[in-house]
Design a protein around this ligand. Structure first.
Ligand code: ADP
Ligand code: MG
Length: 324
């Protein structure tokens, strides 16, 4: 069934949660929002284009989930609590079943994280989803990229590389991204690519614990490179300390797994630095959240990112648009 623009907007508006701090939501020229007093706003935007940021044949529910997840991950990396978002859709056609499935994925994550859709834009064109998300946090408590200090430990959450592993399997024709894989390891990797979990509870808990943080969207070395350059320090990663999952190693072998973990994007884990005195607190946090937190290196004087014990040497490559 084909929808007109207003029927489409109405379907989105029906699905979103209410929040007491929304003075005026979808339907006017702009939304009116009432931030909590004393809170700063964290604002982030991400666009997902079909065929660039997700396989074009992805299930619409997965596309909806991932479009929001990439934005929530940025809020998590700042230590912010999600509040509101806008949703700008470019659609080749306004198809009701597609939109409902897309909304199923998007609102499953939106409702779980407390974020409300307060507006957006709808146009016809190649499939593209652009979300702007706004979170709140107490003044001066944000997890910034420029706070790393010499002597800090470098930590990573979860098992980096799994999303990139799934992408490789898909590119090799060994994984169908649309349906659950029969093999448990492959299915785990597929979920990590199609349904990444933004590390919101971790981001909140790291306020006051971490000195600097970034989410891993472009690759661990690349995103750690941003922390290092913004902080004016060097980052040294120990390749053999990487928490490679057995699912990833079994599916692709240890060498490829390590490459995926260092250079593959799309994991949305948090990479952060903290003083060595925080190790115990971070191990305790890892148990509380049931999320692995692994120390993978140290912050040193100098500049750049170095990976010791990796065949790729000092190559700090990540995913970059507009480069060959
Ligand atoms: P305008 O022409 O003033 O931009 P629109 O017709 O684009 O208004 O949008 C009407 C209302 O619907 C606005 O409140 C807008 O924020 C909202 N809206 C439009 N598209 C979307 C969407 N994809 N998701 C959520 N809200 C939307
Ligand atoms: Mg508009």
């Amino acid at each position: 069934m084909s929808l007109d623009e207003f029927a489409l907007i109405e379907r989105i508006a029906r699905r979103t949660r209410a929040r007491a701090d929304i003075v005026l939501g979808i339907g006017d020229d702009a939304a009116l929002l009432q931030p909590a007093s004393g809170q700063q706003l964290a604002v982030t935007a991400d666009t997902l284009n079909a065929g660039v940021h997700f396989p074009a044949e992805s299930a619409p529910a997965d596309i909806g989930w991932k479009a929001l997840a990439t934005n929530l991950s940025d809020l998590a990396a700042m230590g912010a609590t999600p509040a509101w978002c806008t949703l700008s859709l470019s659609l080749p056609q306004a198809e009701g079943d597609w939109l409902d499935a897309f909304a199923d994925g998007l609102f499953a994550l939106a409702d779980a994280s407390g974020i409300a859709v307060v507006g957006g834009d709808t146009t016809r064109g190649p499939l593209s989803i652009s979300i702007t998300a706004i979170g709140q946090l107490p003044a001066a408590q944000a997890l910034r990229r420029d706070g790393a200090r010499v002597g800090d430990d470098i930590w990573i959450s979860g098992h980096p590389g799994e999303a990139a592993g799934a992408l490789r399997l898909w590119q090799q024709g060994q994984l169908d991204v649309r349906v659950a894989a029969a093999d448990a390891d492959c299915e785990r990797l597929r979920q990590r690519l199609q349904r990444p979990m933004p590390r919101l509870p971790l981001g909140l808990a790291l306020r006051g614990l971490a000195h600097a943080a970034a989410d891993v969207s472009d690759g661990l070395l690349a995103d750690l490179g941003h922390i290092a350059s913004r902080s004016g320090v060097a980052a040294v990663v120990q390749a053999d300390a990487l928490p490679l999952s057995s699912a990833l190693c079994d599916a692709l072998g240890t060498d490829v797994a390590r490459d995926c973990a260092l250079r593959g994007g799309d994991d949305y884990e948090l990479c952060f630095t903290a003083a060595p005195e925080r190790r115990q607190a971070l191990h305790a946090l890892s148990s509380t959240l049931a999320l692995p937190l692994t120390r993978i290196g140290v912050i040193a004087g100098g500049r750049g990112v170095r990976c010791e014990g990796d065949a790729g040497g000092e190559r700090a490559a990540g995913y970059r648009h507009f480069t060959a």
